[in-house]
Design a protein around this ligand. Sequence first.
Ligand code: ZN
Length: 403
Amino acid sequence: MPRTPPEPLREPPTAGLASGIGPSTRIADLDLAWATPASGARLRAVRIAAEALRHRFAAGPRAVSVRTFPIVVLPYPTKYAFFGAALSVAPYVLLTHRCVLVQFLQAGALKTLLFNPTDVPGARATPFFARLAEHVPRRVKALVARESEPLTEQLGHFGLDAVDVDYVAFDHLHAQDLRPILGISAGPDHEGQAPRFPNATLLVPKVEWDEWDDLHPLQRAWFVRDGRAGANTDRIAFTAGDLMLGDGVMLLRTPGHTSGHQTLFVNTSSGVWGVGENGTSADSWSPFESKIAGLRSLCRKQDLDIVMNSNTPVRGADQYTSMVLEKAIADRLKRAPAFAQMFPSSEVTPSLLSLGLKPTILHRAVTHGEVALSGRIQGGIQAVVDVAAMRLAGVNRRTRAAE
Ligand SMILES: [Zn+2]
């Protein structure tokens, strides 16, 4: 008898969602797969469920706009960046850390999300980077830890202001100091601090938030010790599982690098993109196509298809599975179809520090649509009409392409 695939778990659309997320939808498609006890079977189940979800997501509406903003360039051990596989004498590579702006419709209303708006001064207190900085001469430091123009100014070039941001989220909480983002209330012995994005709700997986209370030793060097001490918590929405945030935008759990790591997926005019930190380069998801010496041979020797970012190997099998999930959902790059459109939030960048070690493919940026000015600037009704028209145009284009 032919076997029919199991139906995705049915739940009320907002089951398990905290308030503050708006009319988002809980995605249940991957729940059973992630609950599979054995790690090999779990990987296969997640891949199959992810492929089905991919079809639904790619056939659905697109986000309104996507832009990427450089935040900082920082050194990172080569052995972690490529799972110890890269054959290079350079102990460090440079990573470019970027923030992603996504605008989308949520029940017809325009929303603006910032993914990874990392506070650089706060990130310097990450124990690993603070210790590294102690050993780097000042002149070299100026070369390798280059900070970009402040994010709020970069947003200003598009006519956006901090008050226009509705949601903030991070792929994970390594190197994050949330106090400048959430703000601090004034106390008897200290002054208060206003939140950087006063109207934004922080979307954070509960498991990621809770782990910060009691870190496993393998995670300790990567979390800012007091990175949320005294921070306002009234604009936090704790999430669990997978979430369709709005038209063409979903946040999927991709555990491993941290327990609550999540990957942002966006449906754009160039197909589906994923953003996260499970890998550090397009090569990480396609090691057999990589020109980085060592990746292909290690994968051949160990029968692997993926090269993980491996500074925190607490849950390596899940991280690998998460990267398989990411590769199943992201589209292929049109200019190099062997590579997935997985945009590493911290991307290995060619530099003098690691001469000869150059990713085969550099994404550098994701650009989609036109950044819509908020109702505050443009007049609410007009803004909604504009984005609805953009969405309609996107749907029409897709329909024509399918004909
Ligand atoms: Zn990390």
